[in-house]
Design a binder for this molecule. Structure first.
Ligand code: F0G
Length: 451
């Protein structure tokens, strides 16, 4: 059979509220053309993020009831610890309330003024935590990863020659860790190959540098390795996952992605001294070492989520859904970042509306257009997000992030139809002007006026 179906049936449903174009037009005016400020109830298909927006399974909900809420040494903690140990081989597992809490603990310990942290591409919160510590965040993704239409099977790879050059330039003593984000969210959800992970490991070994993953989407990365990397087709996802984690000294993970839960995070470590210091910070700001910032029921849901996410049926459906959305947009002439990534499709807004210059925010115009036309919520990743202070980002993108196990193929067909209809009327899209912006991270709260 050719058709790849959703490998689940639906046991609980959550109604979504239909709105009219007139209602959405009024809402857009009221929120100053910023979809972050729209009430979720007024959104039909919410593609703002794939983080914490997934649907839990029957067994995860059963885990919620099993949750042991003892303060220390809860049974749920041991269930969770055992599952993560089995999957990653790590002995030292610190639970946190979400990914950025793991990042804060890590960079508070290894960051600091004068330090430089290389990554393929830092995600915003990772960069913010590196910089908050006083260190500098440097992005070293391969050249192909910087161009939306260039196809490469592992567009998230790090440029190993650039890593060597950076080490020569700033000195290994000033690089506390080398990081790789799998998959590379800021670079379009593109995967990193095992070969590249091994190559980075070699460089780290030569210079005695610790190597860490930002492993939010580790299972999606493993699926791409299995599909695309020569010699990996016969390996199971579990084997690939284990091989990836065996190559690093630590990882920060937001379980809101491949953990298939609505809240949760982890920090994985090997170095005993770092573990002691991280545990002290964990207790100081998150919670005791056997629950982090979480409830026992959250740990149970995470343990089961990490089990379900390495299922090949799940991953095939997951990656195919994203690809299906991307292929259909491309077929209609809408330029996206190619090839489709794991968790999201990124529309090239410069191509979508060439009549809107970057300083009038073409990505914001497309994002508002999708909401107005079809009630679809997306996020701008372009001049609104990165242009504060006069910077001009290379790309003007609109991200359609895919919540896990939430929308069916007919929802995606609706999204395609909405985007294609908007594309046909793209000349009617208007640029925007900012009427209010906060001093930093303006994309969350800025307000606009249509020109
Ligand atoms: N690292 C990556 C690669 C991420 O994509 C995210 C979150 C984080 C770290 C931080 O994790 O939200 O649990 O604190 N990404 C979400 C997104 C917010 O929409 O891409 P968190």
């Amino acid at each position: 059979m050719r058709t790849i179906i959703e490998p689940f049936r639906i046991k609980v449903v959550e109604p979504i509220r239909m709105t009219t174009r007139e209602q959405r037009e009024r809402i857009l005016r009221e929120v100053g053309y910023n979809v972050f400020l729209v009430h979720a109830e007024d959104v039909l298909i919410d593609l703002l993020t794939d983080s914490g927006t997934g649907a839990m399974s029957n067994l995860q909900w059963a885990g919620v009831m099993r949750g042991d809420e003892s303060y220390a040494g809860a049974k749920s903690w041991y269930v969770f610890r055992e599952k993560i140990h089995e999957l990653t081989g790590f002995e030292h597992i610190l639970p946190t309330h979400q990914g950025r809490a793991s990042e804060r603990i890590l960079f508070q310990l290894v960051g600091g003024p004068g330090k430089v942290v290389p990554n393929n591409n830092h995600f915003d919160t990772t960069r913010a935590n590196v910089e908050h510590s006083g260190a500098k965040a440097v992005d070293l993704v391969i050249e192909e990863g910087r161009h939306p239409t260039t196809r490469h099977p592992f567009k998230g790879n790090m440029d190993v020659a650039k890593l060597e050059a950076l080490i020569q330039e700033v000195g290994a003593e000033n690089i506390p860790i080398v990081m790789l984000t799998i998959t590379n969210n800021s670079g379009g959800g593109q995967p990193v190959s095992l070969e590249n992970i091994r190559a980075v490991r070699k460089v780290c070994d030569r210079h005695k540098l610790p190597f860490f993953f930002d492993a939010c989407r580790f299972a999606e990365n493993a699926w791409f390795v299995k599909m695309r990397e020569p010699g990996q087709q016969d390996c199971s996802i579990r084997e690939i996952v284990r091989e990836m984690f065996d190559l690093v000294d630590g990882a920060t993970i937001s379980a809101k992605k491949d953990g298939l839960v609505n809240i949760g995070g982890l920090l994985l470590l090997r170095d005993e001294q770092l573990v002691r210091k991280a545990n002290e910070l964990l207790i100081l700001t998150e919670g005791y070492v056997t629950y982090g910032g979480l409830a026992g029921r959250d740990l149970e849901a995470m343990a089961q989520g990490f089990e379900e996410v390495v299922s090949e049926d799940y991953l095939q459906y997951r990656i195919r859904s994203t690809e299906y959305l991307g292929e259909n947009l491309l077929a209609a002439g809408i330029q996206i970042v190619e090839p489709p990534g794991g968790h999201a499709i990124y529309i090239d807004a410069k191509h979508f509306c060439p009549h809107i210059p970057p300083h009038q925010f073409p990505g914001q115009a497309v994002s508002c257009g999708l909401y107005r036309h079809a009630g679809i919520r997306t996020s701008e990743i372009g001049s609104v997000m990165f242009g504060q202070g006069g910077a001009t980002p290379a790309m003007e993108l609109v991200r359609l992030a895919m919540p896990r196990r939430v929308y069916t193929q007919s929802h995606l067909d609706y999204v395609v139809e909405g985007a294609v209809e908007l594309f046909q009327q793209r000349d009617s899209l208007r640029g925007l002007e900012i009427v209010y912006e906060p001093p930093a991270l303006r994309h969350f709260t800025a307000r606009f006026r249509e020109l």
